[in-house]
Design a protein around this ligand. Structure first.
Ligand code: PLP
Length: 379
C-alpha cells in the first residue's frame, strides 16, 4: 500500500485551501493538508452516519475514549476519563485554554519560529506575545525560556510538540525541564500536540502528560493532522492530574463547537487508522530523504536538515540570491511554499515545504525551484 499516490490531476479536483488558493499552474506544497485519500474505515463510519441521517449534535465520549486508547497503546500514557474533554478545533481550544489561564495584558511565551496562529492566538486576543528563539539546531533553549519566565507578567508558555515548522521532537528530558521551569515560575504550560503521531520510524514522541513534573500542563490534540481531517473540526482538551481545575474554568462555549461528524471521523481514525498513520510516517521519512537529495543535486545553496517530526520541511534559502524566496518560487517557479516570515520575522529567507504528497510532486517542485533560479529575472 502506498498512501501518497494521488496524482496532480486528481488533487486538482479538490476545493480545499491548499489546492484552490493559487492559479491552476502552481504546484501547492504549502498549508498542512495531506495529499491522501481518506482512511477507508473513517469513510465507512461517515457513510454510515450519513445513511442514518445522523447529522445532529455530538453525544458521549467516543472520541475521548478513542484518544485514550491510542495514547495508552502508542505511548503508554494512561488518562482518566475525567482528564479529557471535547473541544472545537485545536487552535480554538488553545485559545479557550489561554483565556482560562491568563488575563488580558499578560505575556505568553512562544518558541519562534512557530506555527503562525501561535502569534495570532496570543497578541490577537489582548495578550502580549513573548517570542523566545530555538537553539541553532532547533531545540528548546532552556536558558532563554527561564529568562523569559522571570518576567512575572509572563503567565503562560504555549509549546508546539512536535514542533511546527522545524520538525523537532522534544525529548522527555527537555519536556521535564520545561515543566519544572514553568512550575518554578508559576507559568501555565499549554501544549499543542496535534502532530504527535507524525514522527519518523525509530523516533519516539513523548506526550507531555507522561513526563513526571508536568501534571499541571494542559494539552490540546486532535486527529486532524495525522489523518488529514481538518475539514472535520474536532479537538480534545487533556488536563494533567494537577490541572483539572483549568477544564472547569474554560469559557462557557469551550466544549460546544465539536461537530458530531467531526467526532465520529476523528474517533474512527484513532480506532482504526494506527497502521495507516505508521505507513504515512514511513513514506514521509522517505520524502524527507528525497527532498534532501533533490535539493543537494538541483538547488545546492538551499540548506535542509531533515528532522524527525511532522511532514513539514524547514528550508533555509539564505544563501540563494533572492530577496523573497517564497515570492520568487511562486512567481517564477510556479510552486507555492509557506513563507518563513509568517513563522518568525527573523526567518524571511526560509520556506516551509509540505512533504505529505507523492514523490513525483516533490520532484516536480524541486525541479521548478531549480528552473526558476536558472531563469531568474533581476530581483
Ligand atoms: C501546530 C498546529 N496546531 C494546530 C493546527 C491546526 O489545527 P486545527 O485546524 O484543529 O485548529 C495546525 C495545522 O497545521 C498545526 O500545525
Amino acid at each position: 500500500m502506498t498512501i501518497f499516490s494521488l496524482t496532480e490531476a486528481e488533487l486538482r479536483q479538490r476545493r480545499s485551501l491548499k489546492w484552490r488558493t493559487y492559479d491552476a499552474d502552481v504546484l501547492p506544497l504549502w498549508v498542512a493538508e495531506m495529499d491522501v485519500a481518506m482512511v477507508p474505515q473513517v469513510r465507512a463510519e461517515l457513510d454510515a452516519a450519513l445513511d442514518r441521517g445522523d447529522t445532529g449534535y455530538p453525544w458521549g465520549s467516543e472520541y475521548a475514549d478513542a484518544y485514550r486508547a491510542s495514547a495508552r497503546t502508542r505511548w503508554g500514557l494512561e488518562l482518566d476519563p475525567a482528564q479529557v474533554r471535547r473541544g472545537g478545533d485545536v487552535m480554538n481550544s488553545v485559545l479557550c485554554v489561554l483565556e482560562a489561564v491568563t488575563d488580558p495584558g499578560d505575556g505568553i511565551v512562544i518558541t519562534a519560529p512557530v506555527y503562525p496562529p501561535f502569534w495570532q492566538v496570543t497578541s490577537g486576543y489582548r495578550r502580549r506575545t513573548v517570542p523566545v528563539g530555538l537553539t541553532a539546531d532547533g531545540r528548546l533553549d532552556l536558558e532563554a525560556l527561564e529568562q523569559a519566565f522571570t518576567d512575572d507578567r509572563v503567565t503562560a508558555f504555549l509549546l508546539c510538540s512536535p514542533h511546527n515548522p522545524t520538525g523537532t521532537v522534544h525529548t522527555a528530558e527537555e519536556l521535564a525541564a520545561v515543566a519544572a521551569l514553568c512550575r518554578g515560575h508559576n507559568v501555565a504550560l499549554v501544549v499543542d500536540e496535534i502532530h504527535a503521531w507524525l514522527v519518523d520510524p525509530g523516533t519516539t514522541f513523548v506526550p507531555t502528560l507522561a513526563v513526571p513534573g508536568a501534571e499541571d500542563a494542559v494539552v490540546v490534540v486532535s486527529a486532524g493532522k495525522a489523518w488529514n481531517l481538518a475539514g472535520f473540526k474536532a479537538g480534545l482538551y487533556l488536563a494533567g492530574e494537577g490541572a483539572g481545575g483549568v477544564l472547569n474554568r474554560l469559557p462557557p462555549l469551550a466544549n460546544q463547537s465539536t461537530g458530531h461528524l467531526g467526532a465520529i471521523a476523528h474517533a474512527a481514525a484513532l480506532r482504526h487508522g494506527q497502521q495507516w498513520v505508521d505507513q504515512v510516517c514511513v513514506e514521509v521519512a522517505a520524502n524527507k530523504e528525497l527532498l534532501a537529495d533533490l535539493l543537494h543535486a538541483l538547488v545546492p545553496s538551499a540548506c535542509y536538515q531533515p528532522a524527525p517530526g511532522t511532514y513539514l520541511a524547514w528550508v533555509d534559502c539564505t544563501r540563494l540570491p533572492l530577496s523573497d524566496p517564497v515570492r520568487h518560487f511562486l512567481e517564477v517557479g510556479r510552486v507555492a511554499f509557506s513563507p518563513g516570515r509568517n513563522f518568525s520575522p527573523a526567518h524571511r529567507q526560509w520556506v516551509r515545504i509540505n512533504l505529505a504528497t507523492s514523490p513525483a510532486i516533490i520532484t516536480r517542485a524541486v525541479e521548478r525551484m531549480a528552473a526558476s533560479l536558472r531563469n531568474r529575472p533581476a530581483d
